[in-house]
Design a binder for this molecule. Structure first.
Ligand code: PMP
Length: 568
C-alpha cells in the first residue's frame, strides 16, 4: 500500500523531467514533450532503467544453467521477478507464470499450442468487436488451420461488450472465448467476469487480454477465474520485449511446448523420445530477456503498492485526469467522441470535424504533444464505427492537468491555423493539374526551413496544391496498400513514354508528401523513375525519420507503387 503523490511519482521518470509544467519557447511553442501516448507504451522510471544496467554491469550471466555465483545471482533476480508477477496478478503458483516477449506472443502460444491441437472443423472461437489485432489475427490463423469459425461479440453504444448477446453467441459450439479486459481504443473496462462465466458454462476456454488493464486495475486472476491472462511489461512502466502468459496449471501441463530448444527440455536423445522440462520452463525455450525480466520486477515494485492502496489515490488521480481531459475536449465544438460517454480509464478516442486525424496528430507533434492517430491496431472496430481512423489520447498517472491545458490550447491553436483550415471532403475543379515542381524546387523550398515544425508546415501547404481526385477515381484499383491513411494513385503515360501520376489522400500531410514525391517522379521515363535515389532526396529534405515504412504515413508504400507502375 502506498499513498500516491504526483510529484513523487512523476519525478521517477527521467524522460519527463523539466516538463512538470508545459513551457513555451519564444514562438509560443512547447519546448518539451507532453506524452499522451501511454496506451502504446509508458515511460520508464529510473529504477527500471538502472536495474537493467546493474544486471549488465554487475551480474551478467545466463540463468538456470551454470554453477557459478554470477549465474546464481542472475537466476535469483530473474526468478524473483516471476514471484513478483505471481503476487501482482494473484496467481496460485509461479508455475503458472510464463515469460514471453509480450501480450502478442502470449496469445500466440495459447493459440498454437492449445487451440491448434484441440479445435475441430465447425468449432467456434468467440472474439469481441473491439479487439486489438494481437487478439484477432492469431485466431484467424488457427481458424484457417483447423476449419474453426470466428464469431464476434457486439458492443453497446458505449463501447462495452454487450452482455445481453452472450447467450446467443457463446454456445455449445464455442471452444475459445478471447477478449480484452480494457479496449485500447475505447478505454472501456469490459464485463469480463460475465464473459468468463458464460464461457465456463459451455466448457469453453477463456483468454483475457490484459495489455491495457495492468497499469490501471488490480488484477486477480483467481477471482476472475479465467483460463489465461496475458499482458506486456512495457505498458506498466516496465521494459519492452517482456511479457507474461498466465495460464491455469492444468492447461499449461496439458499443452505441448510452443518452441523447442535449450532450457525447455529434461532429456534429449537421438535414440529415445526427448522429454520436456516442468512448468514454467517448458514454454521458455532459449536464453530469455534476462535484463528485462529483472527490470520488470522494479516496475511491479513501483506500481503494485499504488494499485493495492485502499485509499485509491493513484486510481482517483487517474480518474481526475480523465475527467478533466474529457470535459475539456467536450467543450471543443469540432470534437466527436467515437462512442457515447466518458471512458472508464484515461483512453479517449475522438475525431475532429473537417480534419484528418493524421493532420491533427502531426500538427500537435509540432507543438510537442504526442498523441496517436490511425486505426490503433483495431481495424475491425474502425470498420464497425464506420471511420477509417481516429485520434487517441492515452493518459498515465504521471501526466498533469497543466499538460492537459497545454494539449487543449494546442488543439485550439491548430484549429485557428490558416494553412490548416477546414476543407470539404473531396472537391474537384479548384486546381486542375498536379503542381509541376521538380526536385530542385522542393529542395530550394526546404532549404529555407529550420527544423521539423517548419518543414511540417511547408508539407501541409504543398498538400493544398494537390488537386483532389474525383470519387470514381478513388477505387480498389488505385488504392495504395500499406499507406496508413487512405491514399489513391493513378498513372498515365504519354506517347513519348513519360509517366504522369495523380493521387489523393484524405490527409493533407499525405497530399503534401505526394507533391514532394511527384516532383521526383512526374514527367520521367520508366528508366529515369527507377534511377531516382529517393532515400537521398528524402534525406536531403530532412524527412527520413518521419517516413517509417510500416507505421508512419506510408510514403514509401507510395514510392513502391510508383516504381511498380512505371515498368521499364
Ligand atoms: N492487446 C491490447 C489491448 C493492446 O493494446 C496491445 C498493445 N497495443 C496488445 C494487445 C499487444 O501488446 P504487445 O505489442 O506488447 O504484444
Amino acid at each position: 500500500m502506498k499513498k500516491f503523490e504526483l510529484y513523487h511519482f512523476r519525478k521517477q521518470f527521467p524522460l519527463l523531467q523539466n516538463t512538470s509544467s508545459p513551457r513555451h519557447d519564444k514562438n509560443g511553442k512547447h519546448s518539451a514533450i507532453v506524452y499522451f501516448d501511454n496506451a502504446a507504451t509508458t515511460q520508464k522510471p529510473q529504477k527500471v532503467i538502472d536495474s537493467q544496467q546493474d544486471y549488465y554491469c554487475h551480474y551478467n550471466a545466463n540463468v538456470h544453467r551454470a554453477s557459478h555465483q554470477l549465474s546464481s545471482k542472475a537466476t535469483f533476480a530473474f526468478e524473483n521477478s516471476r514471484t513478483l508477477v505471481q503476487g501482482f496478478i494473484g496467481a496460485h503458483s509461479i508455475k503458472e507464470i510464463i515469460w514471453t516477449k509480450g501480450a502478442t506472443e502470449s496469445i500466440n502460444i495459447v493459440v498454437q499450442s492449445m487451440a491448434r491441437n484441440t479445435l475441430r472443423p465447425g468449432d467456434e472461437i468467440v472474439l469481441c468487436a473491439s479487439e486489438h489485432h494481437a487478439n484477432i489475427v492469431p485466431w484467424q490463423i488457427v481458424a484457417q488451420q483447423t476449419g474453426a469459425l470466428i464469431k464476434i461479440l457486439p458492443l453497446t453504444k458505449q463501447g462495452y461488450i454487450d452482455v445481453t448477446k452472450l447467450d446467443n453467441i457463446i454456445t455449445d459450439k464455442t471452444k475459445f472465448v478471447a477478449c480484452a479486459h480494457i479496449s485500447n481504443v475505447l478505454g472501456r473496462i469490459n464485463p469480463v467476469e460475465k464473459v468468463i462465466a458464460k464461457a465456463k458454462s459451455v466448457g469453453a476456454i477463456s483468454l483475457i487480454d490484459g495489455a491495457q488493464a495492468v497499469a490501471h486495475l488490480a488484477i486477480d486472476v483467481e477471482a476472475l477465474d479465467c483460463d489465461f491472462y496475458v499482458f506486456s511489461a512495457h505498458k506498466m512502466y516496465g521494459p519492452t520485449g517482456i511479457g507474461v502468459l498466465y495460464g491455469k496449471k492444468e492447461h499449461l501441463e496439458a499443452m505441448p511446448p510452443y518452441q523447442g530448444g535449450g532450457e525447455m527440455i529434461k532429456t534429449v536423445s537421438f535414440t529415445q523420445e526427448t522429454t520436456f522440462n516442468s512448468l514454467p520452463f517448458k514454454f521458455e525455450a532459449g536464453t530469455p530477456n534476462i535484463a528485462a525480466v529483472i527490470a520488470f520486477g522494479e516496475s511491479i515494485n513501483l506500481l503494485a503498492p499504488y494499485l493495492a492502496d485502499i485509499n485509491k489515490g493513484y486510481h482517483l488521480y487517474e480518474q481526475e485526469l480523465l475527467n478533466y481531459c474529457y470535459q475539456a475536449l467536450a467543450k471543443i465544438a469540432q470534437v466527436n467522441f467515437i462512442v457515447e460517454g466518458i471512458p472508464d480509464i484515461g483512453v479517449i478516442a475522438f475525431t475532429l470535424t473537417g480534419h484528418h486525424n493524421h493532420d491533427v496528430a502531426t500538427s500537435l507533434d509540432t507543438y510537442g504533444v504526442a498523441i496517436r492517430s490511425g486505426h490503433h491496431c483495431a481495424m475491425p472496430l474502425m470498420a464497425n464505427l464506420n471511420i477509417d481512423g481516429c485520434l487517441r489520447v492515452s493518459l498515465a498517472a504521471y501526466n498533469t492537468m497543466a499538460e492537459i491545458d497545454y494539449f487543449i490550447d494546442s488543439i485550439n491553436k491548430f484549429l485557428l491555423e490558416p494553412c490548416l483550415e477546414q476543407e470539404n471532403p473531396v472537391e474537384k475543379g479548384q486546381l486542375t493539374s498536379t503542381p509541376t515542381n521538380d526536385m530542385a524546387d522542393i529542395l530550394t523550398l526546404f532549404a529555407k526551413t529550420k527544423g521539423w515544425d517548419s518543414r511540417h508546415r511547408e508539407i501541409m501547404l504543398l498538400g493544398k496544391k494537390l488537386p483532389r481526385l474525383e470519387k470514381a477515381q478513388r477505387n480498389d484499383e488505385t488504392i495504395i496498400a500499406g499507406c496508413e491513411s487512405l491514399a489513391w494513385l493513378s498513372v498515365e503515360q504519354d506517347n513519348q513514354g513519360l509517366f504522369s501520376f495523380t493521387a489523393d489522400s484524405d490527409a493533407k500531410i499525405i497530399r503534401g508528401l505526394l507533391v514532394i514525391v511527384f516532383a521526383a517522379f512526374n514527367n520521367k521515363t520508366a528508366q529515369k523513375i527507377h534511377d531516382v535515389d529517393i532515400n537521398d532526396y528524402f534525406a536531403e529534405l530532412g524527412l527520413m525519420q518521419h517516413l517509417s515504412p510500416s507505421r508512419g504515413n506510408g510514403v514509401l508504400a507510395i514510392v513502391d507503387k510508383i516504381k511498380l507502375l512505371a515498368k521499364p
